[in-house]
Design a protein around this ligand. Structure first.
Ligand code: MV4
Length: 444
């Protein structure tokens, strides 16, 4: 096992990783920006290094600063977390070439799955269902032909986009003629890659993703699916596992092909394979994410598997000793954000009063504490409240109970617990009929 790991992140995920390291007997080095001096991850780590000013581009995204911190503190691995540099192939490569293990997939694998067209090619090869559409990048005449064949509406997606960046809906041929050149231009500016592909637009889908763990030695296991349809502007707000709308046969079929996908690319570490599920229950492969995700605790809760610990173990060369992972009950995660409940605008500030929920079946992952000033420079996630129940009804009532217990207040600080309660009490959510447009529709 590693002796010392640098945690190349901040906030709750840095705290989560430090906890896993403690249990594994690994020493930790926190890095922090000038805005994060008083952050919990700095207090919990064995050592800490300030790597620059508040702006992410000058600290948590600055590869030379982070590598210098890694060298001076003599770590043998780097843990990337999510966001920032987590899926940056260059960072993985530089780390690896410096003789420091990157806790995650190889630079080549990150490169491959970062290219949505290549990922779709692999998905096709292993028999994962794809959205009808172009078989690669298109020019204007290909796009017109494909769209006529599959029918409107269609979506234009950037080959190097992902996570909601670089996607456009097109209703008819006239719009296609206008939007394709704009999409190509924007993709070139945003990703340095102007390639665009076309897909049939799936109406009112659910976002369903499978959590996998792979040891890079041929063993891949699935920890089941999560449904993440409660989102706004590609920011997930509530995630749950399992997805009520997935039947056992479909789950097994998709899981087997997800495992084949990971075997095919020699995947190592924790990863997520994303799908849209339409109203008829059909799945369509979207992309693979080569990182730990914010919502990983719901999978941990229903499987009793410590995913973050396994990330460190497989990175250190251990083989996965688990195979068919049992699943029990039902878990829901609520992202508690520092934001205005009406406008969703970020509302950072000093935390003066703090009560977090507890009791049976409740887990809270957070980096906040009373007296902590939430800096305005980063995302607004303050805490994740995760509840478990023997069935979905119990998880929902426990969720309502836990949310009632949350009290986070201070000058200028607002949190979104009322939003979560509204969702839990809605008919659509209770019946499991919610889809990715739910929040927008709720706000009308
Ligand atoms: C789609 C789609 C409808 N049809 N593709 C946006 C993020 C990216 N991962 C995939 N996205 C979508 N792709 C087809 N063919 C609708 C979305 C989409 C979406 C997907 C998942 C979660 C939230 C979303 C919000 C808006 C659009």
């Amino acid at each position: 096992m590693f002796e010392k790991v640098l945690i190349a992140n901040r906030g709750e995920i840095a705290v989560r990783a430090i906890r896993a390291c403690r249990e594994l007997g690994i020493k930790t080095v926190a890095i922090y920006s000038e805005a994060d001096r008083d952050s919990m991850h700095v207090k919990l780590a064995d050592e800490s290094v300030c790597i620059g000013p508040a702006e992410p581009s000058k600290s948590y995204l600055d590869i030379p600063s982070i590598m210098s911190a890694a060298e001076i503190s003599m770590v043998d691995a780097i843990y990337p977390g999510y966001g920032f540099l987590a899926e940056n192939p260059k960072f993985a490569e530089i780390s690896q070439k410096s003789g420091i293990k990157f806790v995650g997939p190889s630079a080549d694998t990150l490169e491959l799955i970062g290219n949505k067209l290549k990922a779709k090619e692999v998905a096709r090869k292993v028999g994962l269902p794809l959205v009808p559409g172009s078989e690669g990048a298109v020019d204007l005449s290909d796009a017109i032909e494909v769209a006529r064949e599959i029918g409107y509406p269609v979506v234009l997606k950037a080959a190097s986009g992902g996570g909601g960046r670089g996607i456009r809906i097109v209703m008819n041929e006239k719009e296609l003629l206008e939007k394709l050149p704009v999409a190509m231009h924007e993709a070139e500016l945003s990703f340095g890659d102007d390639r665009i592909y076309v897909e049939k637009f799936i109406i009112r889908p659910k976002h369903v993703e499978f959590q996998i763990l792979a040891d890079g030695k041929g063993k891949v296991v699935s920890l089941g699916e999560r449904e993440c349809s409660i989102q706004r502007r590609h920011q997930k707000l509530i995630e749950e596992s399992p997805c009520v709308a997935v039947n056992e046969d479909k789950r097994r079929e998709i899981e087997q092909r997800v495992i084949r996908f990971c075997e095919e690319i020699g995947y190592e570490g924790a990863g997520t394979v994303e799908f849209l599920m339409d109203e008829g229950g059909e799945f369509y492969f979207m992309e693979m994410n080569g990182r730990i995700q914010v919502e990983h605790p719901v999978s941990e809760m229903i499987t009793g598997t410590d995913i973050v610990k396994w990330q460190f173990k497989v990175a250190a060369g251990e083989e996965l000793e688990i195979s068919d992972v049992e699943r029990r009950g039902y878990a829901i995660e609520f992202r508690i954000n520092a934001e205005d409940p009406d406008t969703f605008a970020p509302s950072p500030g000093l935390i003066e009063e703090l009560f977090l929920p507890g009791g049976m079946g409740v887990r809270v992952d957070t980096h906040i504490y009373q007296g902590y000033a939430v800096p305005p420079n980063y995302d607004s996630l303050l805490a994740k409240v995760i509840v478990w129940g023997k069935d979905r009804e119990e998880a929902i009532s426990r969720g309502l109970r836990a949310l009632e217990e949350v009290r986070i207040s201070g000058r200028g600080l607002k949190v979104n617990t009322e939003f979560h309660k509204r969702v839990l009490l809605s008919r659509e959510f209770r019946e499991g009929n919610h889809h990715i447009g739910f929040v927008e529709e709720m706000l009308i």
